[in-house]
Write a protein that binds this ligand. Structure first.
Ligand SMILES: O=C(O)[C@H]1O[C@H](OP(=O)(O)OP(=O)(O)OC[C@H]2O[C@@H](n3ccc(=O)[nH]c3=O)[C@H](O)[C@@H]2O)[C@H](O)[C@@H](O)[C@@H]1O
Length: 255
């Protein structure tokens, strides 16, 4: 890649479970070969490189909330492993290049992010529920519905990533919103805010779905002066507005 750059944001990788499971070999190639290529570029041009890692490195966590010191509980041979283990080896490569070649690295562990301009058919939970509510379809809560996630609005995430890149800490640093919700609570909130008439249906889940997830963001707070500003109830309507435009369903059509 014939570019001369000072900073590399390495974000490449399918991030929706349905997409990374659709082509696990390409997913792990992106995480291993793609990361090696980007580290090679960083080495050649002397650039600082930031990897967007993931809360999935903690697997189905036995520590709650998750701090960066926790090593995780990850299945190495499951259907999610191309992503979870892929991101774990990407982190290893980053630190090996740092220690062996002195590359300047930054690692963010991103917790579930949402916002306008997401692919409508992305398959992740927030975009699914919003699209379903707008279309007047049932919200598909995967069993048991008590599993939790912590959702970060995209502008907060971008701010955190830029602060990490510009700062002096290698990380890994959790970037996420500690507000924690069960999937049933998320469905009820989307229903209340977007379309009170839709039903909530329990459907089958997929293997190895993490049962709980919430970032400890003490490090991001202390080292980057960062904390999220947009709570879920404020972020969901912003995403709704964008989805309504793209789906061409104005507010009130079903209500
Ligand atoms: O952002 C993260 O930290 C990571 O989380 C995601 O994985 P996951 O949290 O499982 O993402 P979703 O597919 O949005 O699922 C979240 C929860 O919602 C549930 N879900 C999903 C879709 C749906 O229609 N209904 C539903 O109840 C799932 O069972 C799961 O418990 C992806 O692995 C990555 O995008 C990312 O690195």
């Amino acid at each position: 890649l014939l570019v001369e750059v000072d900073q590399i944001y390495h974000l490449a990788c399918p991030a929706s479970p349905i997409f990374y499971k659709y082509n696990p070999v390409k997913t792990i190639k992106t995480n291993v070969i793609g990361t090696l290529n980007m580290l090679g570029l960083a080495k050649r041009v002397g650039a600082r490189i930031l990897l967007t890692s993931t809360s999935e490195v903690y697997g189905d966590p036995l520590q709650h909330p998750q701090t960066e010191e926790y090593w995780g509980n990850v299945n190495p041979i499951g259907v999610r492993s191309c992503y979870d283990e892929g991101k774990r080896v990407a982190e290893t490569l980053m630190f090996d290049y740092h220690r062996q070649h002195g590359i300047e690295i930054r690692i963010a562990r991103i917790f579930n992010t949402y916002g306008p301009r997401m692919n409508i058919d992305d398959g992740r939970v927030v975009s699914n529920f919003i699209a379903q509510a707008i279309r007047g379809e049932s919200l598909t809560v995967q069993a048991p519905g008590t599993q939790t996630r912590s959702f970060c609005y995209v502008s907060d995430m971008v701010d955190g990533l830029i602060r990490l890149m510009e700062g002096e800490n290698t990380g890994p640093i959790n970037i996420g919103n500690p507000g924690e919700f069960t999937m049933m609570e998320l469905a009820e909130t989307v229903k209340e805010l977007i379309n009170p008439d839709v039903a909530v249906t329990i459907v089958d889940n997929t293997p190895d779905d993490p049962r709980q997830r919430k970032p400890d963001i003490t490090k991001a707070n202390d080292l980057l002066g960062w904390e999220p500003k947009v709570i879920l109830r404020d972020g969901l309507p912003l995403m709704e507005e964008d989805f309504r435009q793209r789906l061409a369903v104005p507010k009130n059509q079903f209500q």
